[in-house]
Design a protein around this ligand. Sequence first.
Ligand SMILES: *[C@@H]1O[C@H](CO)[C@@H](O)[C@H](O)[C@H]1NC(C)=O
Ligand SMILES: *[C@@H]1O[C@H](CO)[C@@H](O)[C@H](O)[C@H]1NC(C)=O
Ligand SMILES: *[C@@H]1O[C@H](CO)[C@@H](O)[C@H](O)[C@H]1NC(C)=O
Ligand SMILES: *[C@@H]1O[C@H](CO)[C@@H](O)[C@H](O)[C@H]1NC(C)=O
Ligand SMILES: *[C@@H]1O[C@H](CO)[C@@H](O)[C@H](O)[C@H]1NC(C)=O
Ligand SMILES: *[C@@H]1O[C@H](CO)[C@@H](O)[C@H](O)[C@H]1NC(C)=O
Ligand SMILES: *[C@@H]1O[C@H](CO)[C@@H](O)[C@H](O)[C@H]1NC(C)=O
Ligand SMILES: *[C@@H]1O[C@H](CO)[C@@H](O)[C@H](O)[C@H]1NC(C)=O
Ligand SMILES: *[C@@H]1O[C@H](CO)[C@@H](O)[C@H](O)[C@H]1NC(C)=O
Length: 292
Amino acid sequence: MERKRGLFFVFVRAPPPPTSFFLFLLVILSSAGLSASQFGTPTAEFDTDRLGLLSFKTLLSDPSGALVSWGNSSLHFCRWRGVKCRNHGGEPRVTALVLESLRLKGKLSPSLANLTFLRRLRLGNNSLEGSIPQELGFLSRLRSLNLSYNHLGGMIPTSLLQNCSELRIFSLSHNNLNGTIPRNLSNCLYLRVIDLGRNTLEGNIPSDIGSLPKLETVAIWDNLLEGSIPPEIGKLASLTGLHMRFNHLDGPIPAAIGNLSSLTQLDLSNNLLAGAIPAAIWNLTSLRGLLL
Ligand SMILES: *[C@@H]1O[C@H](CO)[C@@H](O)[C@H](O)[C@H]1NC(C)=O
Ligand SMILES: *[C@@H]1O[C@H](CO)[C@@H](O)[C@H](O)[C@H]1NC(C)=O
Ligand SMILES: *[C@@H]1O[C@H](CO)[C@@H](O)[C@H](O)[C@H]1NC(C)=O
Ligand SMILES: *[C@@H]1O[C@H](CO)[C@@H](O)[C@H](O)[C@H]1NC(C)=O
Ligand SMILES: *[C@@H]1O[C@H](CO)[C@@H](O)[C@H](O)[C@H]1NC(C)=O
Ligand SMILES: *[C@@H]1O[C@H](CO)[C@@H](O)[C@H](O)[C@H]1NC(C)=O
Ligand SMILES: *[C@@H]1O[C@H](CO)[C@@H](O)[C@H](O)[C@H]1NC(C)=O
Ligand SMILES: *[C@@H]1O[C@H](CO)[C@@H](O)[C@H](O)[C@H]1NC(C)=O
Ligand SMILES: *[C@@H]1O[C@H](CO)[C@@H](O)[C@H](O)[C@H]1NC(C)=O
């Protein structure tokens, strides 16, 4: 692609015939040596994507050779395995990075933050370790973030949920994440899936979870969450699955759960909940699984 660009440059810049062949040659030679910066801002950004991807690769080991296509100079980066692009302002920009179940091992590079057009980042079921770089919060176009089934540790960066106005899927399950569930979820208006199961998250369930009108699945099972279930959960009219088993939740089951008319799966088992089962739960006619 870069080479094609060079040729294009030649055609527009080459003076119309008759011209000296020498001048034409000069243009070709100089365009061959052009660096990205000489094309101005759009191309500098364009190269930022390629550099961001290469920098992401440097922190990974790849025992099954899943990334052999990466860095092959005769292959445009949009054709590297797992990379999808779209044109933005005439430049191809990376919009998806999907590398699941490929035995990739190593750390997540903050350079991913430079892929500013990224919408889908799905790296589940690898051996990623270290912490989640807070720089991923720069990815304000992100719709789907799935880092599930890895060995990621440390806290969930609050930055991830501050720039989340496009985010639909937030899946970090089966890792070693600790700390609390970030507050201010209310920025993430389109969030449909929160999947944080099987980590070591502690603290309370944030009550602003009730301000996410599109939420369909809340999976926070097998953590160390404590405190009571916020009654605000009853406002989630689209909720179909609520999975909270194996935590340290206490207090009563809020009667507001009876308002969740779309609920099909409710699992509150293995907690420290007390009190009566609210009668409203028997009004949940869609319910197909109930574990208390
Ligand atoms: C680079 O990609 C080209 C085109 O797909 C392929 O023919 C070539 O074998 C690749 N080179 C390496 C080193 O993988
Ligand atoms: C993870 O990947 C392995 C192969 O590497 C596969 O057998 C397994 O089913 C995958 N698990 C999930 C949860 O995707
Ligand atoms: C993004 O790219 C710029 C320019 O290549 C670089 O200076 C910066 O360190 C990169 N940011 C990250 C987080 O890697
Ligand atoms: C996240 O990725 C894992 C592993 O690749 C997959 O099993 C799971 O279904 C994905 N979760 C969502 C919500 O897409
Ligand atoms: C949100 O994204 C914008 C633009 O990408 C960036 O300038 C800002 O710092 C980001 N905020 C956080 C909290 O990461
Ligand atoms: C969270 O995990 C990191 C390493 O993964 C550790 O250094 C840190 O002490 C842990 N924090 C808490 C509150 O457990
Ligand atoms: C949450 O939002 C409030 C007001 O919008 C702000 O004062 C607070 O600092 C935010 N907290 C976090 C963790 O972003
Ligand atoms: C549940 O529904 C009832 C009746 O529609 C309403 O009065 C109550 O405020 C709702 N509770 C919540 C937590 O949304
Ligand atoms: C269950 O639904 C019936 C019929 O809509 C209603 O009369 C009753 O008050 C509801 N019970 C509870 C506990 O919400």
